[in-house]
Structure formats: C-alpha cells, structure tokens
Design a protein around this ligand. Structure first.
Ligand code: NAD
Ligand code: UD1
Length: 342
C-alpha cells in the first residue's frame, strides 16, 4: 500500500537521489524539487530507471517561496526531507551570504509551507561538522555542538535550531535532524552517484578521479596527527545505508513513534577509518593504484571524529550494513561509468 508522498527538496543531488530510490522501494510516493544548482536532470532519470516509476520532478528554487507554494498546491505531502543546500566549505568562507541566503531561506520556506499546509513532518540534512573536534569520541547526540568553523557549518547549526524552535512552538510540527558523517559510494546500479563539479574537495571523489587518471596524484592532508597512522580518522557511511536512514526517520514520524517533537540522530557506521586505510582499502577492493603523496594539513580539518550510533539503532531501528570494501567498489564502478572506462 502507498504510504503517502514525501517532498524531497534537493532531490536531484547525491544523497537526495539515493533517498528518493529508497523511499519508493519502501512504498512512499516521492516528488523531487531541485533547481539543479549543483546537479543534472539526468540524475532524476537515474532515479526513474532504478525505480521504474516516473517520479515527478519540479525544477524549482526552494528560495522562491511562491514557486515552492505552487508545488505544495499541486501535491499533498505526508512529510518533507530537506537536502537543498550549498555544501562547499571553502566557498562558504569566501561568500558567506550566498550560503546563509540559500541554505536558510530555502529551509525556512519549506518549514513555513509545511506548517501552513498542516503537514509538518520535516527531516533535515545536518552534519557531523556541528561537533567540531569533540573532546570525547565517539560522539553521541548529547556531545556539545562546538562553534562552527565555517559559514556552511553554521548554516547546519542554525537550521537545526530553526527546526527545534518550530517544533517547540507549533503544535503539529515534528522534526528530525540527521547528522551525517562522511557519505561515500554510489548506487550499485551505477545509475546514480556523486557528481562533483570542478576539483573535488572530498576524499573519495578525489581518489576515484586520481584512479581514473583525471588527477595526477592524491594529496593526503597531514600525516602527523595524533592518530595511529598519523592521518585523520573519519566515519565513512555508504550512501545507500544513509538513504535508508531517511526512510527510517520518515517511518518514525508518520507512524507516530517519536519521543519528542524534535529529535537528532547520528548517521554513521561507528567505525573510525584513517585516510591512509581508506586509500589502501580502495586499491585492494578495486585492484587499481592511487598515486599519492603526503601534503600539509588542510586548514579547518579535525583530527578525528566518528559516531556513536546506538541511538539511531534503538530509536530508528537502523544501522549501516554495507561493508566498506563494497562501498569502495561502488564508488569506482560509478566513476568508471561516468568516464566511460571499461
Ligand atoms: P548535492 O549538492 O549533491 O545536493 C544538493 C541538491 O540541492 C543539489 O541537487 C542542488 O541543485 C540542490 N539545491 C541547492 N540549493 C537549492 C535551492 N535553493 N532550491 C532547490 N534545490 C537546491 O549535495 P549532497 O551531498 O546530496 O548533500 C545533500 C545535503 O546533505 C546538503 O544539505 C548537505 O549540506 C548535507 N550534507 C552532505 C554531506 C556530504 O558529504 N555530501 C555531509 C553532511 C551533510
Ligand atoms: C568535509 C567538510 C564538512 C562536510 C563534509 C561533507 C571540511 C573542513 N569539512 O568533511 O564540513 O560536512 O566534508 O561534505 O571541509 N583528504 C585528503 N585529501 C583530499 C581530500 C580529503 O587527505 O584530497 C582528507 C581530509 O583531510 C580529511 C579526510 O580526507 O581528513 C576526509 O575529507 P573530506 O572528504 O573532505 O571530509 P571532511 O573533511 O570530514
């Protein structure tokens, strides 16, 4: 039985497309809203091919309140997942207004319309960046949020607070913030994946482009951190596992299982992996070489962060299941497909 329709804003993007696929698989209707600021219409085609369903797509800027209202008037939603945002940390430092305007206006428009239309279940894409360098690892949802080190990170904290306050004020409103750790990999079909524009800032796209010969050499930023091999530790979460966490969050809301009107969950694997381990794991999983060198630390990087995932397991009934090796295979399969490499 169809479970109702979910608005997926930013649904043509990397995590949004994977989530749209998993929502359809779980029996939800999906409407994708995206202005294609950082994605291509072919990503929606990928979702349609995987699901076999003509998932509706509205090319709308979520900052345009009137246009977004038109989407609400056309469809009825049981809940909304807000992915729409800019996400380049360095760019947010150079042009903070671009980030505050886009990431916060789009989110406030969505919350206001959900509230106005009386369908007030909202899932927000937050980030482990809100923890900064935590004093105690792994981080739990009760770990303090540290002052953001970039406007991008600040938009995540501010949007979490907006959602929290709306849920406290408006009787019918419920919200879940999912704090993602490091999403990587692609759908096993290779029909959807990450499409970074320009030089990738994140580790896995840089690795796959280096393996493909597009970049000559991977720079490993820092090998003198206080970690076992001197490189940073992160919690790399498969994008399909991450997508399923959204389905679990929407289920929890629509089934009335929330314990408070606003909840926060860490979405990671709970396993720290170093940069060096990830690169070597990628080489082993795929039988390819990744030329690399050690380079100075990157400004703003924290030495180590990984998730305590017990709350998500207990409350959402969700945990990451895909082994890292398989995820790294999907990352390479996706890169090969988009580059036409055999
Ligand atoms: P993405 O850039 O692939 O997807 C975001 C989508 O939102 C894009 O398709 C873009 O065109 C769209 N968009 C941006 N502004 C819009 C607007 N005003 N109106 C309509 N559409 C708009 O990024 P992603 O990796 O899929 O990230 C999704 C969300 O998850 C973002 O909020 C991001 O900050 C958050 N997040 C991502 C990561 C990560 O590592 N990818 C980690 C933590 C949190
Ligand atoms: C970064 C962002 C974070 C954002 C997240 C997901 C910063 C400081 N943080 O997190 O806000 O939520 O992406 O988009 O930008 N690395 C290399 N060489 C590279 C690229 C990365 O060694 O070419 C290392 C980094 O130093 C880091 C690790 O790989 O130790 C992971 O980097 P990355 O994928 O950029 O994610 P985060 O820094 O964790």
């Amino acid at each position: 039985m169809k479970k109702g329709t979910v608005l997926v804003s930013g649904g043509a993007g990397y995590i949004g497309t994977h989530t749209a696929v998993e929502l359809v698989a779980a029996g939800y209707g999906v409407v994708i809203v995206d202005n294609l600021a950082n994605s291509e219409a072919c990503a929606v085609e990928g979702v349609r091919r995987i699901t076999g369903i003509e998932v509706p797509f509205e090319q709308v800027d979520a900052c345009d309140g009137q246009a977004l209202r038109g989407v609400f008037e056309k469809y009825g939603f049981v809940s909304a997942i807000h992915f729409a945002a800019f996400k380049a940390v360095g760019e947010s430092v150079a042009d903070p207004l671009k980030y505050y305007r886009n990431n916060l206006t789009s989110f406030m428009n969505l919350c206001a319309l959900m509230h106005e239309f009386g369908r007030s279940d909202v899932v927000f894409s937050s980030s482990a960046t809100v923890y900064g360098q935590a004093g105690v690892l792994p981080v739990t949802e009760r770990s303090p949020r540290l002052p953001a080190t970039s406007p991008y990170g600040n938009t995540k904290q501010m949007a979490e607070d907006i959602l929290r306050d709306c849920c406290a004020a408006y009787a019918c409103m419920r919200g879940i913030a999912l704090r993602y750790f490091n999403p990587i990999g692609a759908h096993p079909s290779t029909l959807i994946g990450e499409l970074p524009r320009g030089v990738p800032q994140n580790l896995v796209p840089y690795i796959t482009q280096t393996a493909a010969g597009i970049r000559p050499c991977l720079s490993i930023f820092g090998n003198d951190y206080p970690t076992p091999d001197g490189t940073c530790l992160r919690d790399y979460i498969d994008v399909v596992d991450l997508a399923r966490a959204h389905v679990a969050a929407v289920d929890r809301m629509t089934q009335g299982r929330m314990e408070a009107s606003y909840e926060v969950f860490n979405i990671g694997t709970g396993r720290p992996v170093s940069v060096l381990e990830l690169v070597e794991g990628f080489e082993r999983a795929n039988g390819v070489e990744v030329p690399r060198k050690f380079a100075p630390r990157r400004a703003g990087d924290v030495p180590a962060v990984w998730a305590d995932t017990r709350l998500a397991a207990r409350a959402l009934g969700w945990q990451a299941v895909r082994p890292l090796e398989e995820t790294l295979r999907t990352a390479w399969a996706w890169e090969k497909r988009i580059r036409g490499i055999k």
